[in-house]
Ligand binder design. Structure first.
Ligand SMILES: NC(=O)c1ccc[n+]([C@@H]2O[C@H](COP(=O)([O-])OP(=O)(O)OC[C@H]3O[C@@H](n4cnc5c(N)ncnc54)[C@H](OP(=O)(O)O)[C@@H]3O)[C@@H](O)[C@H]2O)c1
Length: 293
């Protein structure tokens, strides 16, 4: 599709999100021309045409691009892709390791998320080879670094507000927080993969650590550092129930139980195929500040 003498063109779904913004910056830095999608009007930028659109039905056409990248909801994107002519444009789409983790959750809503992710992956795996398109599915673990994630930034916000954060003593499940910039680098690297069909890679962060240690590092990065209170299991359960009733947090039982569960994935295949080299988890306070609009 690339016309000799012309910069390559990408259609970027979810360009206003925490991962999408970094992917957009990387594409611009590499000289791509980008049509960026969002549900709201966005200010113009050099090399970027913002298009308003809502997935899956009114996100506009998909032909005339060298690459189509999805940094928004995978299930909606997969419906749009399956119905929209795109030629053999390469596809890079973000999914989630939740497809592995939530399939057996005690929470029906979480099982539904996993099932929708799995169906979306299958939809892409069916549609891409029929067009002769190379497609790459990237499944991040717990994302941080842009100040708009719903995990560590939320923990930092609660801890900043109250001056402390509570955890049960056995919150020792393994985690691999992954920085948004490492995900953007993986997406750009995936644009060079060739050959029709879908390849999928889990994208964990560069360090595996216990949930308690992960939270302790977030708190230590804040100024002044809030205290981490480690409570016996039953005391924590009572405190969490009280906090939920009074609206201090909205984490469900499955989320709280998962603090004890290991969620660790292998970066080896992504390292080999994409040169993926995620950084260790060394947060600073700015990573938990809200981004500019
Ligand atoms: N955050 C995590 O910890 C995490 C972990 C694993 C995987 N992921 C996956 O990675 C991808 C990106 O995540 P993220 O955290 O960067 O997301 P995010 O910050 O919430 O951004 C979502 C993006 O999708 C767009 N969007 C949402 N609904 C849309 C719709 N109906 N039509 C068109 N655009 C829509 C939003 O655009 P507007 O709101 O501007 O319209 C925004 O640009 C998602 O597939 C997510 O599941 C995230």
């Amino acid at each position: 599709m690339t016309t000799p003498g012309h910069p390559p063109r990408a259609l970027l779904h979810g360009a206003s999100g925490q991962i999408g913004r970094r992917v957009l910056a990387d594409l611009r830095a590499r000289g791509w021309r980008v049509v960026a999608l969002s549900r709201e009007e966005r200010p113009a930028m050099a090399g970027v045409e913002w298009r308003r659109g809502v997935l899956p039905d009114s996100a506009g056409p998909g032909d005339g691009f060298d690459a189509i990248i999805s940094c928004g909801p995978l299930d909606l994107f997969s419906h749009w892709y399956a119905r929209t002519p795109t030629g053999d444009a390469r596809v890079v789409a973000f999914g989630s390791t939740s497809v592995h983790v939530k399939a057996d959750s005690s929470d029906p809503g979480e099982r539904d998320v996993a099932a929708r992710l799995r169906l979306a992956e299958t939809r892409l795996a069916d549609a891409a080879p029929a067009r002769g398109a190379a497609a790459t599915l990237l499944r991040p673990t717990l994302v941080y670094g842009a100040g708009s994630d719903r995990n560590l930034t939320r923990i930092a916000a609660l801890a900043r507000r109250h001056g402390f954060f509570i955890l049960p003593h056995d919150a020792r499940g393994l985690r691999q927080p992954v920085h948004v910039d490492d995900l953007a680098a993986a997406a750009v690297a995936a644009l060079s993969l060739r050959g029709p069909g879908l390849r999928a890679y889990d994208l964990p962060g560069g360090e595996t650590l216990a949930y308690r240690e992960m939270v302790a590092r977030v708190l230590a990065a804040l100024q002044p550092p809030p205290r981490l209170l480690v409570l016996p299991g039953p005391v924590f359960a009572l405190a969490a129930r009280l906090a939920r009733v009074t609206g201090l947090h909205d984490a469900g039982a499955a989320v709280l139980a998962r603090m004890r569960q290991d969620l660790a994935f292998d970066a080896g295949p992504a390292r080999e195929a994409l040169g993926y080299a995620p950084r260790p988890f060394l947060p600073d306070a700015a990573m938990f500040d809200a981004p500019p609009r």
